[in-house]
Write a protein that binds this ligand. Structure first.
Ligand code: AMP
Length: 214
């Protein structure tokens, strides 16, 4: 079963993806994470990718899909996988269609106000990379990581300016994918307006949608 999670930045896709992949026992592939892993290697390619991400722009389609193709050919992806963060453009969707059969697309939808609240106020630990949110998941001690006592900071791609750019890019380039997958007859819309405490309900809803199709 190959599943795609769609939705605006800030809708909580990453959290849903982790839980769904756990329950269905299929790997969760996040393109944001794949790109951040490349950046960590410190190569020239990584530096270029970081510049694009920090601005809130998208990595060129061909480069992105090359990375995705390599990943989904790995052994643990044989029985299916959950893609989060890709496709983000129509050419990426077309490219993916040539690589795999997409079984289901879950589109998470939330009010813009909720999305802005979740995107602003995100904090990351400089040392271990753990993530927090000033309102939804505050650290026990302000500015300090609960896990390793590292310093918390706002990632460059999570500043107000980058957030605005990411939302603009989402509306222009990614939103058309909703209609694309609707036409393919594999899209299900999930209400993500609720808070993270109700996340299991949402996961249940997502799984019902996936299983309902079988
Ligand atoms: P995410 O963690 O999914 O929000 O991704 C972080 C950043 O990585 C995005 O703002 C983009 O700059 C880049 N990125 C992730 N996935 C893609 C993709 N499918 N195509 C192009 N750029 C991407």
């Amino acid at each position: 079963m190959n599943i795609i999670l769609l939705g605006s930045p800030g809708v909580g896709k990453g959290t849903y993806a982790e839980r769904i992949s756990e329950k269905l026992e299929i790997p969760h592939i996040s393109t944001g994470d794949l790109l951040r892993d490349i950046i960590k290697k410190g190569t020239k390619e990584g530096q270029n990718i970081k510049k694009i991400i920090d601005k809130g722009d998208l990595i060129p389609d061909e480069l992105m899909m090359g990375i995705v193709k390599k990943k989904i050919q790995e052994d643990d992806c044989k029985n299916g996988f959950l893609l989060e963060g890709v496709p983000r453009t129509l050419p990426q969707a077309e490219s993916l269609k040539k690589m795999i059969k997409v079984d289901k697309v879950l589109n998470y939808v939330a009010d813009e106000k909720i999305i802005l609240g979740r995107l602003g106020g995100r904090l990351t630990c400089k040392k271990c990379g753990d993530t927090y949110h000033v309102k939804n998941k505050p650290p026990k001690k302000e500015g300090i990581c609960d896990e390793c006592e590292g310093e918390l900071y706002t990632r460059k791609d999570q500043t107000e300016e980058a957030i605005k750019e990411r939302l603009k890019v989402y509306h222009e380039k990614t939103e058309p994918l909703i209609e694309y997958y609707e036409k393919e007859g594999i899209l299900a819309e999930i209400d993500a307006n609720r808070n993270f405490a109700q996340i299991d309900l949402m996961i249940g809803e997502s799984l019902d949608v996936i299983e309902g199709e079988e």
